[in-house]
Design a binder for this molecule. Structure first.
Ligand code: MN
Length: 339
């Protein structure tokens, strides 16, 4: 049995598109899986066409993404009309044209993706969309394998990270192909480079927030809460909430702060006993947007809704009300099961 499915027909169609005088631009919404996929397609096109560029439509700010671009030398640029005008053919990987407004006015000749299909699939001369794959990097690995192109160290590391990120290290839905691609790529990747990228979690300018958070943290049994005051970006609240959940015997946390005239509360939990989505909507649903999943949730409340209560005071009140109500619910449940 072959290691991957046979793609002879698809490969013929794909290679049939390329001509020596073309300039191709690969357009992405940059995340690790998209960056790796673009790198793989660029490798496939190299020497078959005159020029291949990569362009992203989003702002790249996550430290691991920045580390990946730098360490794996991925030549991606922000998509601008000026950049676009330098190319005559366009490909999109790890996305479909309806996923972002900046994709919509581009005429794509190639679509390679793994997101769910709309009722009406997007049109392109060449298209392969595999919603059953956990990562688009796995699809790209199949193409490289069928083309007998052995991935170099940097490309293999990128594809491994793409699969690792999109499947959350195989904790999210994945297919056999994802496992096979991962296994195959680990023959060629550089584990130290991967580790360096994985460990790029924080920006230096965030460190001051950590020291503030350690001083302000309030322990509440199995949980904890931190009010950070005004922050430069709500991202830092997410980073801190994820961080504190890694403390032994902490099963949930709330990290809150002020940004753009809003009180933002990030909820994180282990998802075992407490549903953070419900907690968020019970605490703040009457005042703003509040909700999420069992293990992660978020609330955003316009400061005007707090009237004159200090935000930290306000969170304490709401948390107190929530715990009282939850306590009563637990008591009621206890009584019933005792009967
Ligand atoms: Mn993906």
């Amino acid at each position: 049995m072959a290691y991957f499915r046979n793609l002879d027909q698809k490969i013929k169609e794909l290679l049939g598109l390329f001509e020596k005088d073309q300039r191709w631009l690969i357009v992405i919404n940059a995340d690790p899986d998209a960056l790796a996929s673009a790198m793989a397609l660029k490798r496939i096109m190299a020497r078959r066409v005159r020029a291949v560029g990569i362009a992203h439509v989003n702002e790249v700010s996550r430290p691991d993404n920045l580390a990946m671009i730098k360490l794996l030398r991925i030549p991606t640029q922000k998509l601008t009309p000026l950049l676009k005008a330098q190319y005559d053919r366009f490909a999109i990987v790890d996305s479909q044209p309806h996923h972002h407004p900046d994709f919509e006015d581009i005429d794509f000749s190639i679509i390679l993706d793994h997101h769910p299909l709309k009722d009406e699939p997007p049109q392109a001369e060449f298209r392969e969309i595999r919603p059953d794959y956990g990562a688009n990097s796995s699809l790209m690995t199949e193409y490289l394998y069928n083309l007998k192109m052995r991935p170099g160290k940097l490309l293999a590391t990128a594809l491994v990270y793409g699969i690792k990120t999109d499947t959350q290290s195989f904790e999210r839905p994945f297919s056999d192909v994802d496992i096979r691609a991962f296994r195959y790529l680990t023959k060629f990747y550089n584990p130290l480079l991967l580790q360096k990228i994985v460990r790029s979690e924080f920006r230096k300018e965030w460190l001051k927030y950590f020291s503030q958070a350690f001083k302000k943290v309030k322990i509440l049994g199995q949980g904890l809460s931190v009010f950070m005051g005004t922050v430069d970006s709500p991202d830092i609240l997410v980073i801190l909430a994820d961080f504190f959940l890694r403390v032994h015997n902490v099963s949930w946390d709330l990290v809150s702060g002020l940004h753009d005239d809003k009180l933002i509360v990030i909820f994180r939990g282990d998802g075992l006993r407490r549903d953070m989505g419900k907690m968020a909507s019970q605490m703040f649903g009457d005042l703003g947007t509040a909700g999420g999943h069992r293990s992660m949730a978020r609330a955003e409340i316009p400061l005007s809704k707090l009237e004159r209560t200090h935000p930290q005071q306000f969170i304490w009140q709401r948390l107190g009300d929530y715990r009282k109500k939850r306590g009563r619910q637990e008591m009621a449940g206890w009584n019933r099961s005792e009967e």
